[in-house]
Ligand binder design. Structure first.
Ligand code: NDP
Length: 259
């Protein structure tokens, strides 16, 4: 799984997402994170095909939305996503939220899809420690990935530790705090120190923590900027400054209360 991916939440349907994915692929991104609820699976598929890059070179994630949870519903939702993407498989299918009561049947459906080879891996998103522990009671296959909101401002140390114990890959969404903390003077001081932008420092923090990271941009210049994160490193002191920024900042919904 490529460590850096492009998120396409709110990149728009139609040209907005198609351009973003095309620019990202041109820049060398080989990982795109979409979801049924983003209403742009079709555009991701179009941009991928038009790029001419071989299907197997690009890692595509999509997600099962809450309304589609349940065994039969999840199977149908997956087929609809594949049809929208116009692909024969996805690399990773995630349960978007831990919907009470229905997530057990949904997981069973996802295990079926994995066994049938329709997706290469299955995982979860927004699973907190309790959700993970209850999944362990019935899962035959453990999630390959847990995609959760993560940044220095929301470090979720308990969930990260549980995932690492279970060998579940941690994937950081909203790694740029949706832009809300990019002007934090403490973050900007680190950025000045390393001669990079605040966004690059946040992405680098995620990478150095060992997370897969999926910043979103629909802007060509920022898509390029966000990929230029493999030619510098944050030192221990700089990581410690970032680690001290915790403030439990949720920019998405709080997963203890899924919508
Ligand atoms: P991010 O933290 O990635 O922030 C995106 C915002 O930052 C946009 O407004 C973008 O604007 C701006 N931005 C991007 N790059 C830069 C830069 N270099 N400098 C300044 N501003 C920048 O937020 P997201 O919530 O979109 O999270 C990323 C991805 O994670 C989503 O797209 C989605 O794929 C996934 N996600 C998953 C969730 C889940 O429940 N599983 C929930 C939320 C997100 P612009 O586009 O104009 O550049």
């Amino acid at each position: 799984m490529p460590r850096l991916g492009l998120g396409v939440f709110r990149s728009g349907s139609g040209k907005g997402t198609q351009d973003a994915v095309r620019w990202a692929l041109d820049e060398g991104y080989r990982h795109i994170d979409t979801a049924h609820i983003y209403h742009n699976e079709r555009d991701v598929g179009i941009a991928l095909r038009e790029s001419g890059i071989a299907r197997e070179e690009v890692y595509i994630t999509t997600k099962l939305w809450n309304d589609d949870q349940g065994y039969d519903q999840a199977l149908r939702a997956f087929e609809r996503s594949l049809e929208q993407l116009d692909l024969s498989y996805v690399d990773l299918y995630l349960m978007h939220w831990p919907v009470p009561e229905r997530r057990r049947d949904s997981w069973r459906a996802m295990e079926t899809l994995l066994a049938d080879g329709r997706c290469r891996a299955i995982g979860v998103s927004n699973f907190m420690v309790d959700h993970i522990d209850s999944l362990l009671e019935y899962a035959e296959v453990l999630p390959a990935v847990n995609q959760i909101e993560l940044s220095p401002y929301l470090q979720q140390v308990d969930v990260v530790a549980r995932c690492q114990e279970l060998n579940i890959c941690v994937e950081a969404y909203s790694p740029l705090t949706k832009g809300r903390r990019l002007d934090d003077p403490r973050l900007m001081a680190v950025a000045t120190d390393v001669g990079r932008s605040a966004a690059q420092v946040l992405i680098r923090w995620s990478l150095q923590k060992g997370y897969v990271v999926i910043p979103k941009s629909a802007n060509q210049k920022r898509i390029r900027e966000n990929a230029q994160v493999f030619d510098f490193a944050l030192n221990e002191d700089q990581m410690a400054i970032l680690d001290s920024l915790e403030e439990n900042l949720h920019t998405a919904w709080d997963p203890s209360n899924p919508p």
